[in-house]
Design a protein around this ligand. Structure first.
Ligand code: APR
Length: 191
């Protein structure tokens, strides 16, 4: 499968779910849902967050504002996920999740796992057959890329057992090093 504007990495099927890696821009992915590495405010930011709002247009932020004014007055908790329109993006939905900031003192792995597992649950709720993830927390939030890849792949492999989940899970990486880290995990992770 060629993805517009991306260089294909590797792929592997687990429990009937196809996992793949690509080097590219998550805003260009032609999947049902793309995942935004957001912050709790849902009011945008840099990195993936900035790219999605720039490319998707104002409808995404407008939908985030409604969420903040209704269901999420205190913001989206770390490790949780919510869905909005994808605006002008090729995808149908944006699933916003908040990854944990890396900490040397405290093991926040459960929160990073939750960001992936909750995003998969939300994808199942909206009937998304395909989902694209960035390397959550591995940018501004400072999570070491190798460990970010390990947590991402292991959590999504576990999620593959959930029949309501997507049939295609794509990891969209923004640098060759990130692609290499995710390819190593995709090739070696135990099911
Ligand atoms: N497509 C795919 N991956 C991207 C893109 C893009 N367009 N832009 C950046 N990335 C990569 C980064 O290189 C990094 O590997 O996504 C990964 C996650 O980086 P961030 O976007 O910085 O996300 P995160 O580390 O989770 O930090 C979230 O950053 O932008 C703010 O508002 C956001 O406060 C939140 C914080």
């Amino acid at each position: 499968m060629t993805v517009a504007g991306s260089q294909n990495g590797t792929s592997r099927s687990v429990n009937g779910v196809r996992f793949e890696t690509v080097l590219g821009d998550i805003t260009e992915q032609r999947v049902d849902a793309i995942v935004n590495a957001a912050n709790s405010s849902l009011m945008g930011g840099g990195g993936v967050d900035g790219a999605i709002h720039r490319a998707g247009g104002p409808d995404i932020l407008a939908a985030c504002r409604v969420l903040r004014e209704t269901r999420l007055p205190a913001g989206l908790p770390t490790g949780d996920a919510v869905v909005t329109t994808a605006g002008r993006l090729p995808a149908r939905h944006v699933i916003h999740t908040v990854g944990p900031v890396w900490s040397r003192r405290e093991d926040r792995t459960p929160l990073l796992r939750s960001a992936y597992s909750r995003s998969l649950e939300v994808a199942g709720e909206v009937g998304a057959a395909s989902i694209a993830f960035p390397a959550i927390s591995a940018g501004v939030y400072g999570w070491p890329m190798n460990d970010a890849a390990r947590v991402a792949v292991a959590t999504c492999f576990e999620g593959a057992r959930d029949v309501a989940g997507p049939e295609l899970v794509r990891f969209v990486l923004f640098s060759p090093d990130a692609l290499a880290a995710f390819d190593r995990e995709l090739a070696s992770a135990a099911v």
